[in-house]
Design a protein around this ligand. Structure first.
Ligand code: ZN
Length: 177
């Protein structure tokens, strides 16, 4: 397991606003939360950029997203998961991941996150627990350019530019903002 902090946006946030917010937090992915904050998804930077290119308007319009499972208080207690310093109980988290098909976990949102009528577009920040280190790395490698292949590797520009073939040899193209 790994943990990282990501900004949270409502499903009604426009894609350019979410991209600006993601950059401000120095991340390569965000969390989308629906209106009652009951459901949440990870959206990677590459999928935000591709959606923007396609002319999609809102985060709600993006199909390429991964569910974030909310841990219940009971699961936290039963599996003895440390929520302030998750790394301190990484074995317990790995054990828990072994019993679920989730790749991303969260503890629920802070109060501010559920107040959807806030002034700014960012609803708040949340801790996300990832199953694998590679998933954490994908979300914490901000760049101008990303691979559109299975794994979102990031590239500094130059040498990569929009439309290039990925130099990692996975036959995908590179998308740049
Ligand atoms: Zn690639």
């Amino acid at each position: 397991m790994e943990a990282l902090i990501l900004p949270v946006f409502s499903s009604e946030t426009t894609i350019p606003v979410a991209i600006t917010g993601m950059k401000a937090f120095n991340r390569s992915g965000i969390v989308e939360a629906n209106a009652n904050a009951k459901k949440a998804w990870i959206i990677r930077a590459v999928d935000l950029l591709l959606a923007k290119k396609k002319g999609s308007r809102l985060l709600a319009d993006i199909r390429e997203k991964r569910e974030v499972r909310e841990l219940t208080a009971q699961q936290v207690a039963t599996h003895q998961l440390e929520i302030v310093h998750p790394q301190a109980t990484w074995q317990a988290y790995d054990n828990f991941f072994g019993k679920t098909d989730a790749d991303f976990l969260r503890f629920g949102f802070a109060k501010s996150v559920t107040q959807v009528e806030q002034a700014g577009a960012v609803l708040g920040l949340t801790v996300i627990i990832t199953r694998h280190e590679t998933l954490r790395d994908e979300l914490s490698s901000p760049s101008d350019c990303y691979c559109t292949g299975k794994h979102q590797h990031s590239f500094k520009r130059p040498p990569a530019k929009d439309g290039d073939k990925c130099p990692m040899g996975d036959h995908a193209t590179v998308v740049c903002d």
